[in-house]
Design a protein around this ligand. Sequence first.
Ligand code: VG1
Ligand code: CO
Length: 544
Amino acid sequence: MQIRTIETRPYPDQKPGTSGLRKKVRVVLQEHYLENFVQSVLDVIDDARGMPLVLGGDGRFHNRRAAQTIIKMAAANGVGRLLVGQGALLSTPAASCLIRKQGAQGGFVLSASHNPGGPDEDFGIKFNAANGGPAPENFTNAVYARTKAITEYRIADTDDVDLDTPGDWRVGDMVVTIVDPVADYAELMEGLFDFAAMTSALKSGAISICFDAMHAITGPYARRILVDRLGAAPDSVMNATPLEDFGGGHPDPNLVHAHALAERMYAPGAPTLGAASDGDGDRNMIMGDRFFVTPSDSLAVLAANLHLLPGYRDGLKGVARSMPTSQAVDRVARAMGIDCYETPTGWKFFGNLLDAGRITLCGEESFGTGSDHVREKDGLWAVLAWLNLLTVRQQSVADIVREHWRAFGRDYYSRHDYEGMPAAIGDGIMAHLRGQLAGLIGRSFGANTVCLADDFSYTDPVDGSVSPNQGIRIVFDNGSRIVFRLSGTGTEGATLRIYLERYERDSSRHDLDPQDALQDLIELAEQLGEVRQRSGMAVPTVIT
Ligand code: VG1
Ligand code: CO
C-alpha cells in the first residue's frame, strides 16, 4: 500500500461548535476540507496509534464518501484497527456504546444531527473520546489550532472498502472490521430495561407505540428493538428507512418537524406512547395520547421514576441538566436528597460528571436525555425508559406527568428560536443584553423581580476547567427565568434562542397553554433584547 502525503493549506473556519464541525455540504466538498479536519484530529490523538478507532454516521448525503476518505487516512496514519458500522452507519449513542465496549481510543461520527441533509444542506463530523463521549473543549480547541497550521495530510492510495459486508478487511497494515451497527446497542438496552414486561404489554395490546424515525438513523434500531425484539406491530415504526436527505425533512423531533407523528397522537385512537428521534439518534420526543411531554418535564419524570426500572434499581447518584433546561429536575433532586448540576449547553459537559460517578441521569431542553450507560444523549434509550415506565406504572403518559406536576408543581417552559439572522445582528442583541446585566438586579417587571443576571460561566467540578460566556440568564425571585444564547450548531448566519420558564405550584392552574402562561416573560424578553426591532423578524421561526 502506498501512502501519499498531500500538501494542503489551512481553512480558517474549522472550529467545532456545540457538537462537532457542521458545515454546508458545498463547504465540506472544497478541496482537502474534510481531509484537513480529519488529519488535525488524528494529529491530536497521536498517541492513539495502534489503538482501535470507531467510524460511522447518520447516513446523510456524503456519509459513505467521507467514510472511505477517513478509512484511507486512518490507514495512512498508523491506526491499527478501525471498527466501522455496516453501510458506514452508526447512531451517535451506538457509536458511544461501541467505543466503550471495544475499548477504542475514540471514534468519528459523521452527522449534522438534527440539521437537514442533501447536496444543498448540512454535513458534520464530530470526534468522541475513549469514554465514548463528545471530545471535551481542550481537545476540540487543540484540533482547531491544528487546522489553522496544517500543511499536509496523509492518505493511503488504495481501493474503496466494501462497507456493506460484515467482516475483516485489510487496508495496508490496518484491519477494518465492518460491524452490525445495532447488535451491541440492542444488547445494552436489554440489560437496562424489562424486555419481558414490555413484550407482553405490546403483544397483548395493553400498550401501543408509534415511533417516527424521520427517515434518519434510528429506523434500523427501532425496527430491530421495538418490532423484532419486543413484538410491536410492524407499522409502529414510521419513516423507518434512512434516506440521504431525510425525505426532504428536517430530522428534528419536535411538534413542528415531526408533524405526521403529532397528528397521529392528537387523532382519535392514538397509541399509548408516541416518540421520535433525530438525524443521528440522540434526541427524543415523548408524547402520549393527545399529550406532549416537554423534554424538561421528561427529564424530571424520569429522575423521579428511574429507580423503578431494572438497570437503575440502586437509585440515582445525582442528576444534571444544561443551564437553559427547566428547573423541574432540580425539584426532584431536592426531594430525593441527591445533587443536581447545572452545565453549559452541549453533552460534552456531562462527560466528567458521568465518568466521576457523580450523576446517573442528565438531560437538555433540546430533546436530549441520557444516563451513564453511554456518554451521549440517547433517543431510543429515552423511549424505552418511558415504555418500561408505562408497564410499571400502568397509567397513561398524561396521567404520569399530571401526577408529577401535582407533586412537584409545573414548570411552564418554551423556547423561541430566531433562525438564520445575520451574525452581526445576533452578536448585537447579545452585546445589548450584556450591557444591561449590571443594572437589572433588583429591578421589578410586573410580578417578576430580578435576583440574578449574568453571562453563565461554568467551572467543571471534576477537572476545574472554566467555560465562560455560555448564555445570558435573567433569573427572578419567583423562580421564573429568561435565558438568551446563540446556537453553536447552525451553518448559516446566527440563530438566537430565547428560553422561557415560569413555575406554578397551584395545581388548579396546570392546564394553561404554555405560550399564555409565559406571556409576560415573552414580552419582557422582547423589551430587553429588542429582537424584533433589531432583526426585523416579527415572530420566532420555531417555537418548542
Ligand atoms: C443544540 C442544542 C443543544 C444540543 C446540541 C446538539 O445546540 O441546543 O442542547 O446539545 O444542539 O444536539 P445549539 O448550540 O444549536 O443550541 V444534536 O442532537 O444536534 O447533536
Ligand atoms: Co442529534
